[in-house]
Design a protein around this ligand. Structure first.
Ligand code: NCD
Ligand code: ZN
Length: 346
């Protein structure tokens, strides 16, 4: 049996939702992670400090008493976001970061930003006082092919923001393309990127081959194998600009298995097992700790966690539990298409 001990990880991008789903999914994250940045795309979205504080309390109530966990709250950026309110929310510690969704890019993004120029005064204030900007990096133009939307966003929008405000701390979230790995690697020092386990594990064949697989549908959509390889490369080689943000995004089974299924992969349950296996397959286990426990903290100017976790490789591969129950409904748990031998010691 092989064993590794590493600093307890953080998940820099989660969707906890609200109410019954929140109660079911929060423990799946708090079991293994010390901190998470919590996305604000509820209906209605979290746009005020008061909403963020109340939402944080609902999350805290759902944390099992055995787990210690710090939810870091975000505000949903709109063209109406008030600079002064944002400033005080950050200074009071009510919010940790701000999330930019291009309007219509993904689940619950209707109130997002249509014109980047309109939010530049807010981004200037964020630069001044050090609020991180988290970006869903896809354009929404109908003419742009869904597989090109990240690349076009980088060329048309991100590059503009980075050039106007080189000091702004930016996370390009859940990157999916080789172009994103190159842009971030070569970009401003304050620019970093998060990567999900499902984009490291699968390419776009996993949505379409052998029948349509709605549970592998997420945004940004899975890409070609060359892109998956590029993501794996930056995650597994010592590049401090890339770190884990699972983008765990639960939707009820009926909403996924539908004529118009929701985008999002719920992956928190076996995330660490899957990542350990991916890194092991690349002979890169020594780099796992940087990717899941160190690089993100560095980008956000936080200390790494004091606690440790142990990962164990057994001779028998894991049997994945298929669903998480939410009362009498279900959420599909993400499962990769390769055997996984690693688990977290309890
Ligand atoms: C996320 C969700 O469901 O909230 N969906 C997804 O496919 N990733 C939103 C997001 O992060 O894009
Ligand atoms: Zn997300």
């Amino acid at each position: 049996m092989e064993e590794i001990e590493i600093i307890k990880p953080d998940d820099w991008h989660v969707h906890f939702r609200d109410n019954e789903i929140l109660k079911a999914v929060v423990p799946e994250t708090t079991r293994h992670f010390a901190r998470s940045i919590v996305m604000p795309n509820l209906t209605p979205p979290i746009v005020s400090s008061k909403q963020a504080t109340e939402y944080k309390k609902r999350i805290q109530k759902a944390i099992p008493t055995t787990d210690e966990f710090d939810p870091l709250m975000t505000l949903y950026l709109t063209e109406k976001t008030n600079k002064n309110e944002l400033k005080s929310a950050f200074k009071n510690g009510d919010i940790f970061a701000v999330k930019l969704y291009p309007a219509g890019a993904t689940t619950n993004s209707d109130s997002g930003v249509k014109d980047i120029k309109k939010i530049m005064p807010v981004l200037e204030v964020m630069t001044e006082i050090g609020i991180p900007l988290l970006i869903h990096g896809e354009v929404t133009d109908k003419e742009v092919d869904i597989f090109d939307r990240e690349k076009v966003f980088i060329d048309q929008k991100l590059d503009f923001i980075c050039k106007e405000l080189p000091e702004l701390r930016i996370t390009l979230e859940h990157i999916t393309t080789k172009e994103a790995t190159l842009y971030v690697s070569e970009g401003n020092e304050n620019l970093a990127a998060s990567i999900t386990p499902h984009h490291l594990a699968l390419n776009r064949n996993s949505i379409f081959v052998g029948g349509i697989k709605p549970h592998n549908y997420c945004l940004p959509i899975l890409k070609r194998e060359i892109h998956r390889k590029a993501l794996l490369k930056v995650a597994t080689t010592d590049n401090v600009k890339f770190f884990l943000g699972t983008d765990t995004a639960p939707h009820l089974l009926n909403d996924k298995e539908s004529a118009c299924g929701c985008a999002g992969v719920f992956n928190s349950t076996y995330c660490l097992s899957i990542l350990a296996q991916l890194f092991d397959n690349e002979n890169a286990l020594p780099q796992l700790e940087n990717f899941i426990s160190k690089n993100g903290a560095k980008h956000y100017h936080l200390e790494v966690n004091k606690e440790k976790i142990t990962l164990i490789k057994s001779s028998q591969n894991l049997t994945f539990k298929k669903y998480l129950n939410v009362n009498d409904q279900k959420i599909k748990i993400f499962e990769p298409d390769f055997p996984v031998f690693w688990k977290v010691a309890e």
